[in-house]
Design a protein around this ligand. Structure first.
Ligand code: UD1
Length: 421
């Protein structure tokens, strides 16, 4: 297993390019299963999650090539209908093959994801939506077993206790493209990744309207064809670099980052005193002299993304005052707090809120990555801390950040990877 070492106190300066979006490309890869024809996806990040999805599609019988950030997927007459526990346990996004398999193969067996370190990960909304389309769904031996001779369009409300669901919206939207008649999804997620998936499906021949809003309408078609698509830039990776620049008093241009995907973060960073300029080429972030505290609440898009909660919490450890970060999507997503406290932070947890006493001197320490975004928070703390931080279990980071150490090193960070002895 690899470890990441970071020697702190570096000001980040320069330009870094945003990779393609992980959360966009995974459902888009699943969407390719809706046709037997060949599709080409460009701007694909080389991440372990993408490679896991490649293996899952191959296991289902599709031909997949991945080279130079381009995926070529040709399902042909693939026969598979099962995503085993082996796949779903390492990557919960494997669940997004459910809708395409059910629509195309008429049957789908997908292992239930269960919980994880960020809390329970229910799939009730996926089930509710597919049942509304006429699927029979059973749960047996830890698997969700779905069958439907012909899906039928339907009207449905797809909200749960924590609001809309990104992957449930994706799954239902994909299944509905081949259903008979019209489907309306109310309280649909409208994250940029859902919009990107809809745009791929439209290129494949689907009839979809309203995909930038909370009401998506899909008119079913008889069949879909292959398409060529370029994924959007990864707003979470870009946002992580923006926070890194702001908290290290740096001056960084994040090339390819889209301000229209990052409005809530831009607004918060400006309130901390950072200077932000954006244009069609990217976003420039210059850290302020001091960091003002801000309160943050995570919410579905266009609210502040839960996937940047751990990173903004790390930044608030340096702010001049107290800030409160409230998690409304995954109320248990606070594994990073105890590790940040070991690095000198002063954070207490009150229900779904982290109360952060700022103006702390963060210090390098051996820490352990617990999940993808928590790991990013530890990297950020390591960049500004005194001394050396040693992060173990960085396979979590490799799931979602392409070449993170090369990218940070190109901005002047002292960061390197070593094999664990
Ligand atoms: C996606 C992202 C993940 C991000 C999350 C929220 C991918 C691959 N992953 O995950 O990085 O953190 O959106 O923006 O795109 N819920 C239910 N029932 C369901 C499904 C979800 O109650 O059937 C709840 C979840 O527990 C959570 C909330 O709804 O509290 C939002 O989760 P959801 O949007 O579904 O997350 P994912 O799509 O799995």
């Amino acid at each position: 297993m690899d470890k990441l070492f970071i020697k702190g106190r570096s000001k980040l300066k320069g330009k870094v390019r945003t990779s393609g979006s992980k959360n966009s490309v995974l459902p888009i890869m699943a969407a390719c299963l809706l046709t037997k024809e060949r599709s080409v996806i460009k701007n694909v990040p080389d991440l372990s999650d993408v490679r896991t999805m490649v293996r899952l599609l191959q296991r289902l019988g599709a031909k997949v090539e991945f080279c130079d950030r381009t995926l070529i997927i040709e399902p042909g007459n693939y026969k598979g209908d099962t995503a085993t526990y082996k796949f779903v346990s390492v990557m919960r996004a494997s669940v997004c093959v459910l809708g395409p398999l059910l629509a195309k193969q008429k049957t789908a067996n997908v292992s239930l994801p269960g919980g994880c370190v960020i809390g329970p990960r229910p799939v009730d909304l996926h089930i509710k939506g597919l049942k509304a389309l006429g699927a029979d769904i059973d749960i047996s031996h830890g698997y969700l077993i779905a069958k439907a001779k012909q899906l039928q369009g339907a009207n449905m409300y797809l909200g749960g206790a924590y609001g809309s669901s990104v992957l449930a919206t994706g799954n239902i939207m994909m299944a509905a493209t081949l259903a008979k008649g019209k489907t309306t999804i109310e309280n649909a997620a409208c994250e940029p990744e859902v919009v990107d998936l809809a745009e791929m499906l439209i290129k494949m021949g689907a009839k979809i309207k309203g995909h930038k809003t909370h009401t998506i309408e899909i008119e079913g078609v008889k069949s879909l064809g292959g398409a060529s698509h370029t994924t959007i830039p990864d707003r979470i990776e870009a946002g992580t670099f923006m926070i890194a620049a702001a908290m290290s008093s740096g001056d960084v241009i994040i090339e390819g980052a889209r301000a229209d995907h990052l409005g809530a973060l831009i607004d918060k960073l400006k309130s901390t005193g950072a200077h932000i300029n954006s244009n069609t080429d990217g976003i420039k972030v210059k850290g302020g002299r001091t960091i003002k505290p801000v309160d943050v609440v995570t919410l579905p898009f266009p609210g502040f993304p839960t996937d940047l909660q751990a990173q903004i919490t790390a930044m608030m450890c340096l702010a001049k005052g107290i800030s409160i970060v409230t998690e409304k999507i995954y109320p248990e997503r606070f594994m990073h707090i105890s590790e940040l406290n070991r690095m000198g932070a002063d954070i207490i947890l009150e229900g779904e809120s982290a109360i952060i006493k700022g103006q702390r001197r963060l210090m390098g320490a051996p820490v352990m990555a617990s999940d993808l975004r928590a790991s990013a928070a530890l990297v950020l703390a390591g960049l500004v801390g005194e001394g050396t931080t040693e992060i173990s279990r960085i396979y979590h980071l490799d799931r979602g950040y392409e070449n993170i150490e090369q990218k940070l090193a190109s901005l002047g960070a002292k960061i390197w990877r070593e094999k664990e002895k």
